[in-house]
Design a protein around this ligand. Sequence first.
Ligand code: UDP
Length: 239
Amino acid sequence: MSGYRYKRVLLKLSGEALMGNRDFGIDPDVPQRIARELKPAYDAGLEVAVVVGGGNIFRGLSGAAAGMDRAQGDNMGMLATVINSLALQDTFEHSGMQCRVMSAIEMHQVSETYIRRRAIRHLEKGRITIFAAGTGNPYFTTDTAAALRACEIGAEVLMKATKVDGIYDADPVANPEAKRFDTISYREVLNRDLQVMDATATALCHDNHMPIMVFSLDGEGIFDRALKGEPVGTTVVED
Ligand code: UDP
């Protein structure tokens, strides 16, 4: 545990991150890189929960845009997160880390069902615990699922890994003048409509005093550095 600032954290990974340089699905190199990032914290006894998105496979909104019933599309999106969760579990276990997948939608044959107290027990035993199928409800996102689960399990911080290395005042890809915040308040994120997480997720964190750390997993050891309290990315804090 030495040097670590946190004991229990929730890491949110987007589904798109798993694509690597592909256009769809999972590039196996990415889960392996994520496993390498998590290993030092795992070995040190930190309690790590993970929520992964499904955007590399299916998003309900794109289904709805193509004329599909929104709730039906969202159910497909939630199932996509289960595929990603199982892929991560497989890689984590091959990397010597015990891991459990708990799904918000019951599917006994492939994963446990999410039960809050059981999830906390897994974490206490040092198992990486992946929360699959989002919140189990359509019209939500996996960012909201991450915020909800972080609050439920009493995580000290919600760590959101994105393609961008923090929160900027404008899109840093489109605008090279964009400035990165070291810290920013929830209210400012909401008022400026900064695309960090959706408003539901940000509001839930705000209401429950859940700090959000936004950073990129590019580069070796970033997750570990963030866990040790080094200034990595942007932290969303109280007003
Ligand atoms: N989804 C849902 N309810 C939830 C979480 C996710 O319906 O609680 C669906 C929704 O269709 C979403 C998809 O699952 O588009 C994949 O999740 P998300 O878009 O959050 O993934 P990411 O952008 O992180 O890859």
